[in-house]
Design a protein around this ligand. Structure first.
Ligand code: SAM
Ligand code: SF4
Length: 341
């Protein structure tokens, strides 16, 4: 679909697509590298990392983020790969926290380096942290991540909690037969620690993940199992809000649970996100088969209006929805770590 012409970016108080969705949430991947090897994300061996010179510099990320903020983006999440593997990430956080209009600056991490970096990141202006923790059993965790880092991730979590930032969210990718027997344990964690536990449905996007629809544990089933295990009903709190995560709280008000149900209950019609990969490609859907290169124009000297034009046009053409549940679904050619999950 062609973008309305002529393009007068000053007319846009918000970044919109052709379906009328307002895009205010930008996920920025800062690296494709990772020190874990989660089975649903990447293979143990053979990952070919991007060349360092292909990664956007912090100056380039800052410039793009400012343009997105001018166009109405108010939330930024840093991700990867493992974002804390990028040197001195707090320097980038400081720059992004200073952008007018960015009210929410968050990080998704595997937690390994939080022990060393959390203090600098929070002081630089990071507002929130999501930590991926797929099991509360050390041997299951180590099996899933192919690393023996369970205790260190917990150290990092404790440090973030001690710094008083929050709410801390725990991302759990549930895989039937692997960690779904821990649904109740995660419910108890949400109640005991005031972490928001978010169950993410296993998605067909990795390279080594052995995905099948039978391994997806649908949100509906998780709600039923949680209620049974905890003995308390869950009440929806933001069921039809703008957030992709559906949020619930236990009836007694203790313990929040979120769901990212991309497979069983796609939230495409409410999607408010776009992504920039670490090599500077704009992706308008996690499952996009096409990307818009921003790094090339950036490095070739495009001015702000030209870059905004490219952003507006790409966002205008954002996919109506993903096709996971259709026979003609085609997996994107990149892993979640390369896209920036
Ligand atoms: N390394 C960081 C981490 O693990 O939190 C950030 C990047 S990781 C790609 C972002 C999120 O994507 C994590 O919560 C991870 O569990 C999730 N993820 C990766 N592959 C997935 C898959 N196939 N299905 C569902 N979620 C996935
Ligand atoms: Fe690394 Fe995150 Fe992928 Fe796990 S999910 S391999 S921690 S990028």
């Amino acid at each position: 679909m062609s973008f309305p012409s002529p393009i007068r970016t000053s007319d846009f108080e918000a970044l919109r697509d052709s379906c009328g969705r307002v895009i205010n949430n930008l996920r920025i991947s800062v690296t494709d590298r990772c020190n874990f090897r989660c089975r649903y994300c990447m293979p143990e061996n053979g990952m070919v990392w991007m060349k360092k010179s292909d990664l956007l510099t912090y100056e380039e990320i800052d410039r793009l983020a400012r343009l997105f903020a001018d166009l109405g983006v108010c939330k930024i999440r840093l991700t990867g790969g493992e974002p804390l593997m990028r040197k001195d990430l707090h320097r980038l956080v400081k720059r992004l926290a200073a952008i007018p209009g960015i009210g929410d600056l968050a990080l998704t991490t595997n937690g390994y380096f939080l022990e060393e970096q959390a203090n600098d990141l929070i002081r630089a202006g990071l507002g929130r942290v999501n930590v991926s923790l797929d099991s509360l059993d050390a041997s299951t965790f180590n099996g899933l991540t192919r690393r023996d880092y369970y205790a260190k991730v917990w150290k990092g979590l404790e440090i973030v909690q001690g710094l008083g930032v929050g709410p801390i969210k725990i991302n759990v990718v549930l895989i039937r037969g692997v960690n779904d027997d821990e649904i109740g344990e995660f419910g108890r964690l949400a109640r005991a620690r005031q972490y928001i536990v978010r169950f993410i449905e296993f998605m067909p996007i990795g390279l080594d993940d052995d995905w099948s629809s039978e391994k997806v544990v649908p949100a509906k089933e998780v709600v039923e199992r949680l209620e049974k295990e905890i003995g308390t009903r869950l009440q929806p709190i933001e069921r039809w809000g703008r957030q992709p995560a559906d949020r619930y709280v236990f009836d007694d008000g203790i313990g929040e649970i979120g769901f990212i149900s991309s497979v069983s209950e796609p939230f495409c019609e409410r999607c408010n996100r776009v992504r920039i990969t670490s090599d500077g490609k704009l992706r308008t859907c996690l499952f996009s088969l096409e990307e818009t290169d921003l790094k090339g124009p950036l490095r070739e000297g495009s001015d702000d209006e030209q870059l905004k034009h490219a952003i507006l046009e790409a966002v205008w053409n954002k996919e109506r929805g993903h096709l996971i549940n259709r026979p003609d679904f085609v997996r994107p050619g990149r892993t979640m770590s390369q896209i920036g999950g």
